[in-house]
Design a protein around this ligand. Structure first.
Ligand code: MOS
Length: 765
């Protein structure tokens, strides 16, 4: 499900109403405007009910007992004392009937159970308690006696394949065979090169760290289950819960109206969701189960650590002749994607390429898709290597990239893109940043050294079917939009209201969005992969167009003119030939008769024979203190190609968020596992450093190439969430190299790490 290829290939196409009735938007009235969120007041006033806020009468609270060991067998569990604790209503363990649910499937193989007798990382589920209060539930956990048989563990993917490495899973530590990709003749490519660079880069494991922790509330009505979940995709949770509990889909309703951030970690149901449902079933009470912050660090996903070897060759003019890339990463103790080679194989034109991705098991928390899974890591390696190559060739790093801008996706059958904005991003970004002038004026001043860096990136998935939206126009002229997509904080509801307002001329205040509820809304895939705008907005547009068509047909009957002659103008239907012929929308008899006009829109197939991708170029200015090794990022410029910008405000918010996460990858974020115990030593927001306001440069600029792309979909928009974070860290690393003449190959660039490198090179001030 969260495999990278899922995002890149997209689901199978289905048919939709003819898109001929939806020519590309010309000048727009609502779409593209910097409209504030339609739910801004609810969000800031606290009246928006997030799943974590949600409560039901008679609700129990649950907590999970987790393995303190990195690798062990649960020999015995004694719950007798816990059962007698105040308020305790139910306890589940690996030995409870009904808890024997297979979990973590990959390529047809199950890797664990809901509660497994073998625990494979610190934080693996061992037991769960439901009690009257949360405090009682946590107290009861402490009274559960577990006898473990401890095993040796492996924490570093580079050690996982050693002959004597402990086995995380019987049958070996590889999650499938290494994924290989090749084109052209690598040896010939390197032989033809005038310059070749080669180095190894690594990225640290990062945690998603959303503001709202993961969790669910579960309630049964007979054999029907309702779940309130903090999720990016209610339909995915419905499928996973129904599958785990062997229930028909129709019996599982999942509601996810608000959610406080996911970044990919909420693209699936958690074990916590199913555990809450089982405890609710046992107790015949609603059960709320939310993770603690520490549990989120241990067991709600991560961006895996990767080690990547890159070798690149180019001619004197910068034309790439060969790229060799190899990556090893880990899905964690249970399988998930860890591939990083995509950018190396498709960001630039290069005839000779070989790449291999190795994904192995370790005894640490399982990875989950994290904001452009694999791509920021790949950019960290590839874009630093490109910077080295530019130095070796004596070329401007922007010019080197411009010399290799792709016209087709070589990785995907040499198919052309619907639009490519990489060159525009590089040029516009360089101009806004003052790339040439600031670099020329650079001078070193005492212990503070300034540096400038650039990096490029792309994201390969432009959305697609299935998505369905229903628009209802009511007799009073107000509108209800019904869509399955979650608004994960990106502004989906707002952009959808704008899309519908554009077609119906209805003011935004008169539009209500009903969304993310498997019981009442239309199917949509999870909000992820930067695909919500390109997948769901065309469906919303089609639904609104259908409503308008029906409305105009009804007005035509009344006005006795052909419908083709009519247009919507504010609250009126007006003849384009005779302005005297007009009718208020609310007076159209067809609307009055039925009280509502309904339009159903589906997302049509993507254009055949083309590839939809988003591109970006990021520019960073840093100040490095050569005495302390401290790096301040003083300026960031992001130039994005996402085709149409649907809403300037939400677009900028997304890009700024992407820059901040990139800053985290480059400068501060790192899961630290203790080699002695296998435990995470910084599983909290004090020791795990996400960037704070003081780390974020005041000088930030967000540019959009705003290319016209009429082929990508009927909204003409490509998405931005992920491409906005892909090149940031690499741009910062390149700026550090520019500042001090040293390259930091391993993320994050912390003061101790950089100070040690400076000292070793005799450059410490
Ligand atoms: Mo994202 S990693 O597709 O939420």
């Amino acid at each position: 499900m969260t495999d990278l290829l899922y995002w890149l290939q997209g689901p199978v196409p289905e048919t939709e109403p003819p898109t001929a009735e939806m020519p590309p938007w010309g000048e727009t009235k609502v779409v593209g405007k910097p409209v504030p969120r339609v739910d801004a007041y609810e969000r800031v006033s606290g009246s928006a009910v997030y799943p974590l806020d949600f409560a039901l009468p008679d609700m129990l609270h649950a907590a999970i007992l987790r393995s303190p060991h990195a690798h062990a067998r649960v020999k015995a569990i004694d719950t007798s004392a816990a059962e007698k604790m105040p308020g305790v209503r139910a306890i589940l363990t690996a030995f409870s009937p009904g808890a024997d649910v297979p979990w973590y499937r990959s390529r047809g193989r199950f890797y664990s159970k809901l509660f497994d007798e073998r625990v494979r990382h610190e934080g693996d589920e061992v037991a769960a308690v439901a009690a009257e209060t949360r405090a009682q539930a946590f107290d009861a956990l402490k009274a559960i006696r577990v006898e473990y048989e401890e095993f040796a563990f492996v924490l570093d993917p580079r050690e996982s394949l050693a002959p004597d490495a402990p086995l995380v899973h019987d049958g070996g530590n590889r999650y499938g065979e290494p994924a290989r990709y090749e084109r052209g003749d690598l040896a010939a490519g390197f032989a033809a090169a005038d310059a070749v660079v080669e180095a190894t880069y690594s990225t640290a494991c990062e945690i998603h760290a959303p503001m709202e922790v993961h969790g669910s509330v579960a309630k049964w009505d007979g054999n029907r289950l309702t779940i309130w979940d903090s999720t990016q995709g209610v339909f995915v949770v419905q499928q996973m819960v129904a599958g785990a509990l062997k229930l028909p889909l129709a019996n599982v309703r999942v509601i996810g109206h608000y959610m406080g951030g996911g970044f990919g970690s909420k693209l699936e149901a958690g074990k916590y969701t199913v555990i809450a449902a089982l405890l609710a079933k046992t107790t015949a009470r609603p059960v709320k189960l939310f993770l603690t912050r520490e549990e989120v660090f241990l067991n709600a996903g991560n961006r895996p650590a990767n080690t990547m070897k890159v070798k690149i060759g180019a001619k004197k003019d910068g034309a790439l002749t060969a790229i060799e890339f190899s990556s090893i990463g880990s899905g964690g103790a249970y399988p998930n994607g860890a591939d990083t080679s995509f950018l190396a194989t498709d960001l630039y034109t290069c005839p000779n390429v070989a790449a291999v991705d190795e994904n192995v098991a370790i005894n640490a928390g399982r990875a989950r898709a994290m904001r452009a899974p694999g791509f920021p890591q790949g950019a960290w390696a590839l874009e630093q290597a490109m910077d080295e190559l530019a130095l070796k060739l004596g070329m401007d790093p922007v010019a080197l990239r411009l010399a290799n801008v792709p016209k087709v996706s070589q990785r995907r059958g040499n198919l052309p893109y619907t639009s490519t904005g990489l060159a525009e991003c590089l040029r516009d970004g360089a101009k806004a940043f003052g790339w040439e002038t600031t670099r020329a004026a650079k001078k070193d001043d005492g212990p503070i050294r300034k540096g400038y860096g650039v990096a490029a990136g792309m994201w390969g998935y432009g959305g697609g079917p299935p998505a369905r939206v229903v628009v209802k126009l009511f007799a009073d002229g107000s509108v209800n939009v019904n869509a399955g997509a979650a608004d994960i904080g990106t502004g989906t509801k707002t952009v959808m209201a704008q899309t519908v307002a554009e077609e119906l001329g209805v003011p935004l205040e008169k539009i209500q969005i009903e969304h993310a509820d498997t019981g009442t809304t239309q199917y949509s895939g999870p909000s992820g992969g930067s695909k919500t705008v390109p997948s769901d907005m065309p469906a919303a547009r089609a639904a609104a167009v259908e409503v308008r068509t029906k409305l105009l047909a009804g007005a035509a009957e009344e006005l006795k003119v052909p419908a083709a002659e009519l247009k919507l103008e504010g609250a009126d239907v007006v003849s384009t030939k005779d302005p005297a012929k007009k009718l208020a929308v609310t007076e159209v008899p067809a609307l009055q008769r039925n009280q509502v006009i309904v339009g159903v829109g589906t997302r049509g197939p993507n254009v055949e024979g083309k590839v939809i991708s988003m591109f970006a170029a990021h520019f960073a200015e840093v100040e490095v203190n050569v005495r302390t090794g401290e790096v301040s990022v003083t300026k960031l410029v992001a130039a994005q190609d996402s085709a149409r910008v649907m809403n300037r405000l939400t677009f900028e918010c997304q890009v700024q968020g992407g820059l901040v996460m990139g800053l985290g990858l480059g400068r501060t974020e790192e899961r630290v596992l203790d080699r002695q115990t296998g435990k995470m030593v910084n599983a909290n927001w004090h020791d795990y450093k996400i960037p704070t306001a003081l780390d974020v440069p005041v000088a930030q600029e967000v540019l959009s190439a705003e290319l016209v792309d009429t082929e990508c979909n009927t909204a003409g928009a490509k998405g931005v969430g992920e491409p906005a974070t892909i090149p940031t860290a690499a741009a910062i690393a390149n700026a550090v190299r520019d500042a001090v003449g040293l390259r930091v190959h391993d993320s994050p660039i912390t003061p101790p790490k950089l100070a040690a490198l400076l000292a070793a090179a005799g450059k410490k001030g």
